[in-house]
Design a protein around this ligand. Structure first.
Ligand SMILES: [Zn+2]
Length: 90
């Protein structure tokens, strides 16, 4: 569980945090507070995975292309989940 910015308890389910993007909000299970993430940290966290997937476009070898795409996709889920801090939404 992730810490809620309202009550500081671990009230945000990992799955909810995983699919969070700017504009989408998560509800804390402890205090019902609404929180979300901000664009700058989200874009920074999405960059490594995006770069890998762009690099994959220029690969001639199909296994390498697939490996880069899968790694890029995994990074686009894992990095934003771990690196984007939650902010209070009203
Ligand atoms: Zn809370």
């Amino acid at each position: 569980m992730f810490h809620c910015p309202h009550c500081e308890k671990r009230g945000i389910p990992p799955l909810r945090k995983m699919i969070l993007s700017p504009g989408l909000t998560a509800i804390c299970q402890a205090c019902n507070g609404t929180s979300g993430i901000r664009y700058p940290s989200w874009i920074k966290a999405m960059l490594p995975g995006t770069i890998l997937m762009i690099v994959a476009l220029f690969m001639d070898s199909e296994p390498v292309e697939w490996a880069l795409n899968l790694t890029g996709f995994a990074l686009m889920i894992i990095l934003p989940t771990l690196l984007t801090p939650l902010h209070k939404e009203i």
